[in-house]
Design a protein around this ligand. Structure first.
Ligand SMILES: Nc1ncnc2c1ncn2[C@@H]1O[C@H](COP(=O)(O)OP(=O)(O)OP(=O)(O)O)[C@@H](O)[C@H]1O
Ligand SMILES: [Mg+2]
Length: 256
């Protein structure tokens, strides 16, 4: 990693740069692994309260970008401005097996937060009745909701979701998508959702981005009323446009 390049990582509560306020502002971001630039001079702005979905072929750098925004990877060049209060949920729920669900929800919070905080977050995801359970006794969907509760308890201004529904069966996935849409509308936080599912991106997001060659190569605003109707011809047009950008034939199955 070159050391003479400008490098800044800043946490902030209320971004007050010139121009419109932003929940995320990334400028000139570069991240290399073994001399290979996975992220290469990337620019990204997410507005406060905006729901952004991020698509891109496997290995293009989506999780790398999310980890940087989460503050888990600081080996970067460029400038990254994110809210201090942010939370992440990954594809695998990553619950500690030796702690009950409610303790998992509070894990990593500063001080000694009361159990009622965990209960409130679990209530929000419809999991209050499993508060006393051990993680290994949860279904995949329940574990994913516990992971969401753990993110929500942090009251984030930015919620980072890395393929959170990837391992769920189709029905559970639809329920989880609705839950995230509800939570986002209630909480008003900005969301950056990484997904491989073009339909999921269009159903949920205000704006869909496609990452390629280390940058945001394409962006599509989703100007459709919510709740969205997959049968709407404009939905189909947008799906075809995004699949094309991903290099997938529009007639192929609708996951990239
Ligand atoms: N810690 C690391 N060390 C070396 N290479 C890494 C590391 N993390 C990621 N990479 C490489 O960077 C590239 C991007 O990885 P990343 O996990 O960001 O992809 P992705 O877009 O999230 O893919 P997927 O859709 O499969 O999850 C890959 O080629 C990966 O092998
Ligand atoms: Mg990934």
């Amino acid at each position: 990693m070159a050391t003479d390049v400008h490098r800044t990582v800043t946490d902030q509560d209320a971004p007050v740069q010139s121009g419109a306020p932003a929940a995320v502002r990334v400028q000139g971001l570069t991240r290399s692994f073994g001399g290979r630039r996975v992220i290469d001079d990337l620019e990204l702005t997410v507005r406060p309260g905006e729901f952004v979905a991020l698509l891109g072929r496997s290995g293009c750098g989506k999780s790398t970008l999310l980890k940087i925004l989460a503050g888990l990877d600081r080996e970067i060049d460029g400038s990254v401005l994110v809210p201090r209060r942010r939370a992440t949920a990954f594809q695998a729920p990553r619950l500690m097996p030796w702690k009950k669900v409610w303790r998992n929800v509070l894990l990593g919070l500063p001080g000694r937060p009361p159990r009622s905080r965990a209960e409130a977050a679990l209530e929000e995801v419809g999991l209050a009745h499993r508060s006393e359970a051990w993680p290994k006794t949860l279904s995949g969907g329940e574990a994913q909701r516990a992971s969401l509760a753990r993110a929500l308890v942090r009251e984030p201004d930015l919620l980072l979701l890395d393929e959170p529904f990837g391992a769920l069966d189709a029905l559970t996935r639809i329920k989880a998508q609705r839950l995230v849409a509800e939570l986002w509308q209630r909480r008003g936080c900005a969301v950056l959702l990484v997904t491989h599912d073009v339909e999921e991106a269009i159903l949920l997001a205000d704006r869909v981005l496609v990452m390629d060659d280390g940058v945001i190569a394409h962006e599509a605003p989703v100007a459709l009323d919510r709740p969205r109707d997959i049968a709407d011809p404009r939905f189909g047009e947008l799906r075809a446009e995004l699949l094309d950008r991903l290099g997938v034939e529009a007639t192929a199955p609708q996951a990239a």
